[in-house]
Design a protein. Sequence first.
Length: 215
Amino acid sequence: MSACCSGGCSSDKPPVDRGYRRILWIALVVNAVMFGVELFSGWAAGSVSLLADAVDFFGDAANYGVSLLVLGLAPIWRSRTALIKGLTMGGYGLFVLGAALWNAASGTVPQHTTMGVIGFVALLANLLVAVLLFSYRNGDSNMRSVWLCTRNDVIGNLAVMLAALGVFGTGAGWPDTVVASIMGVLGLSAARTVVTQARAELAPEPAIQVVARPR
């Protein structure tokens, strides 16, 4: 789960060139498509780790969208958008944890082949985005945070593939449940960070009281 995107994927300044903006659009589309693919595949395969990885794609797509769509708006609108995004991510994180507990209690064994194939496709998608962003990895804080988020996404994809290997090797569903639980907790942590920062940004500044000196 990409907690690194929580507070740094938006900037007060627009991207430095059209090429970078174009790359962000490509990244947004790739992440949005993979969110749908992993969401459907996770349900079909009975894999909660795929559902958890879908949360990651959703969070990244939302961050790229925020970076592109609200750069020119007032800071308050960016904070409101971040608050909604954080609450949504938190709700989905709770759903993933609930699904993990349900699968553990019911003894569900996910389809390891689907997990492995979709996990590999997701890995390729994130590697594509990483290659596109590589030349901007040492830019400003906005560029660097986007690059770090994409780099860390690869770790999540590898975790799903390891869970698929674990299910294949043990014939049980606990590797999938363990990976999903970890990703769900990380998702809740990222959501908490987003919501906390957004609420702090939306909080009214304390009024400055002027005390008159006695004459």
